[in-house]
Design a binder for this molecule. Structure first.
Ligand code: HEM
Ligand code: HEM
Length: 177
């Protein structure tokens, strides 16, 4: 077995793109927009839809990861680094699911399902910062961003310094070759 399952590969790259979009849009635009801006509800609708789609895809991916065969771990020659590599992969699942969970919890506490999707016409709360899950959502965004930097650096290290062809493992093709 030399590659991950094609469904896992497709989900890896699709989810990566969606998370990067949600991080940039969430941090640079949504969080900066005052809640009385008339465009805020549209922004929240887009962000919440994207975030919920990430959650569903991430759960499908977790099942795929648990129930399909995978290549043996890509080693670095250092036992500690190898352990860290495996741990960061599981940490991604935990952080991403917690990210979506804290977003959903914020939305629920702020009555967003009715305002954003139900068209209730009620005003948004003045500031989401009063809800504890909103604080967690911000911290998790930073943690995911840092983990992503580490993950990309590690992938490039494998590919270009160790030259072990790591990217093939997370791409489509003959899984036995
Ligand atoms: C937020 C975005 C990302 C997340 C959440 C993520 C998560 C993961 C996880 C959990 C794995 C382990 C396999 C699995 O369970 O699917 C993995 C493997 C991998 N990722 Fe990412 N990833 C992201 C972005 C990226 C980016 C931008 C790159 C390109 C530089 C990349 C390159 C790889 C490679 C090459 C592997 C295979 C590692 C191996 O063979 O064990 N990932 N990723
Ligand atoms: C895993 C996917 C998600 C990512 C990567 C993400 C990312 C972000 C980021 C980066 C911010 C701004 C944080 C800050 O600057 O402090 C944010 C804010 C927010 N997100 Fe998410 N989010 C995700 C899922 C969700 C979900 C599923 C919901 C709700 C259904 C949601 C609701 C919100 C809300 C209500 C805010 C606050 C906006 C404001 O402060 O005005 N997010 N998100």
């Amino acid at each position: 077995m030399t590659r991950y399952h094609p469904l896992l590969v497709a989900l890896h790259w699709l989810i990566a793109l969606m998370i990067v979009m949600a991080l940039i849009f969430g941090g640079a635009f949504l969080a900066e927009m005052p809640n009385d801006d008339p465009a805020k509800i549209d922004g929240l609708r887009a962000h919440m839809s994207l975030g919920m789609a990430v959650l569903v895809l991430m759960l499908i991916r977790l099942a795929t990861r648990l129930f399909t065969a995978k290549p043996p771990p890509a080693g670095t020659g250092n036992a500690l680094l190898d352990k860290a590599g495996a741990a960061t992969h599981w940490l991604f699942y935990i952080l991403v699911i917690a990210m979506a969970g804290s977003g959903l919890a914020t939305a629920r506490m702020a009555g967003l399902p009715d305002i954003v999707f139900g068209g209730s016409g009620a005003p948004l709360p003045e500031d989401f910062g009063i809800y504890p899950p909103r604080i967690a959502h911000g911290i998790l965004a930073t943690l995911i961003g840092l983990l992503l930097l580490l993950h990309v650096a590690a992938a490039l290290y494998h590919q270009f310094l160790r030259k072990d062809g790591l990217f093939r493992r997370m791409w489509f093709g003959d899984r036995q070759a």
